[in-house]
Design a protein around this ligand. Structure first.
Ligand SMILES: Cc1cc2nc3c(=O)[nH]c(=O)nc-3n(C[C@H](O)[C@H](O)[C@H](O)COP(=O)(O)O)c2cc1C
Length: 439
């Protein structure tokens, strides 16, 4: 089995790691001490920027740069940790929060001090009841030790931290919908700009980062940006926890150095598809990433390489699809999810996801004309870049990629379904046009 590079998951098997005693025994909260006693907030931001750490929640934006956008001043500022983790195929944040909640809390407090925020929230998906309980217990422990709350470690910095449970809506993972939900409103995305760093929670400047991004912060501060950059590629530094699922023999979370060939993850770590099956396609970054083909597994698994291949690393969730899966079923499965989760606030997403499902169902039933497949592709083009947030694009991108890469299969699927329906109709005496007896 290929090797993992464990940095974030280094002590993950240590019994009791979720307790503050064990976390401290393994060096926990030393990075916070270092940041608060030896560094100015600007220096923390500069170190994060120098590390090249990019967001692990989807967009891959530089974490340090985002923190540097936070304005100076005495207004109320906030930090929100995005723990909504609803992208299909993604289950890495669950592991990080369940096993190592204190590293996340330490990262949040350091990042909040760097950004000048004195109130922080962890917005956790509603289904993660166990993880929310673990986090609440860990926050209470950290507060009792003086790592959370007023005048942390006598530094004069205050950071309050609240764990807030969502109610099971994928859209609330989108950063501005998350803010609305946290404010007690229906979780709908906001028009950007203004971006959250300028006007976010309760209209105050807000830094929003994913669980894995923030969990990396104590590592960058404790070991330094140079150490962090030694792993990964020039543009994708560090390691990444990759959730591998679908048609593989060993699904699970694996921590890898960014830039290793994707094949090492899919075959080496996850065991590849079941015996006798081949990889038909794979999503490199959750179900919203355009699918790639078997030969793309030789590409380095990094932000830049996945983008060059026409897809994205996204949340780092690799979903493998083998040759037993009809592409139309896969497209339908994806489209139905996004239709269900569309908040309906903007037309291209609300109507586009619905029409896509309807058209795919027509293909599935054999009721489409060849022109319909072109129209289906045009619908996707009309969604992309035209929505309030990228939920619509999250359906259009993978569906488009499936049409582009497996168009013949879409046509053949429709033909087969039409012929089967015709045979049924003739059998039932409903059709006056008998199909070719030899067919
Ligand atoms: C529909 C939608 C759902 C999203 N869901 C999540 C999510 O569950 N978790 C997450 O971290 N980011 C999610 N994002 C991305 C966030 O909007 C945001 O980019 C991210 O929290 C920023 O953190 P990062 O820079 O650390 O990656 C989602 C985006 C969209 C458009």
């Amino acid at each position: 089995m290929a090797d993992q590079t464990r940095v974030l998951l280094d002590d993950i098997d240590e019994p009791g790691l979720h307790t503050i005693e064990v976390y401290e025994r393994l060096g926990g909260y030393q990075a916070l001490r270092k940041a608060l006693t030896t560094m100015e907030p600007d220096e923390i931001v500069a170190e994060l920027q120098a590390s090249g750490l990019r967001g692990r929640g989807g967009a891959g934006f530089s974490m340090g740069q985002k923190a540097s956008f936070m304005p100076k001043g005495t207004m109320d500022k906030y930090l929100c940790c995005n723990a909504d983790e609803s992208e299909p195929g993604t289950f890495k944040d669950r592991l990080l929060m369940q096993k190592n909640p204190h590293r996340l809390i330490e990262g949040i407090v350091i990042a909040a001090v760097a950004a000048g925020a004195n109130r922080a929230f962890i917005y956790i998906r509603g289904e993660y009841v166990l993880q929310a309980d673990i986090l609440n217990a860990a926050v209470a422990e950290a507060r009792a030790r003086g790592y959370v709350g007023a005048n942390i470690l006598g530094s004069g910095h205050d950071v309050d931290l609240v764990v807030h449970r969502g109610a099971g809506a994928y859209i609330c993972g989108e950063e501005t919908a998350l803010l609305d939900s946290l404010e007690g409103k229906r979780g709908n995305p906001r028009l950007k700009p203004p971006f959250p760093a300028n006007q976010g929670l309760f209209r105050g400047p807000t830094l929003i980062n994913n669980v894995e991004t923030l969990s990396n912060v104590p590592i960058v501060i404790a070991k330094g940006a140079e150490w962090f950059k030694q792993r990964g590629t020039e543009k994708s530094t560090g390691t990444k926890v990759v959730s591998v699922s679908g048609n593989v023999q060993r699904p699970g979370n694996y921590e890898i150095e960014l830039g290793i060939p994707a094949r090492e993850i899919v075959y080496g770590l996850a065991g590849g598809p079941p015996p006798g099956r081949k990889v038909k396609c794979w999503f490199p970054g959750g179900s919203s990433a355009p699918v790639l083909l078997e030969e793309d597994l030789d590409r380095p698994y990094s932000f830049e390489s996945m983008a060059e291949a026409g897809s994205m690393l996204g949340s780092g969730a690799i979903i493998v699809v083998d040759d037993s899966v009809p592409i139309v079923s896969l497209a339908l499965r994806v489209a139905r999810f996004y239709r269900h989760e569309s908040c309906g606030k903007c037309v291209p997403c609300r109507e586009g996801t619905n029409w896509t499902v309807k058209m795919l169902e027509r293909i599935d039933r054999g009721e489409a004309t060849p022109m319909d497949i072109e129209i289906l592709d045009q619908v996707q083009q009309n969604i992309m870049g035209n929505c309030l947030c990228v939920l619509g694009d999250s359906m259009a991108m993978p569906v488009r990629s499936m049409i582009a890469k497996f168009k013949d299969e879409f046509i053949a699927h429709n033909e087969r379904a039409r012929e089967a329906a015709d045979r049924l109709a003739v059998g039932a005496g409903l059709s006056s046009e008998p199909v070719d007896a030899a067919a």
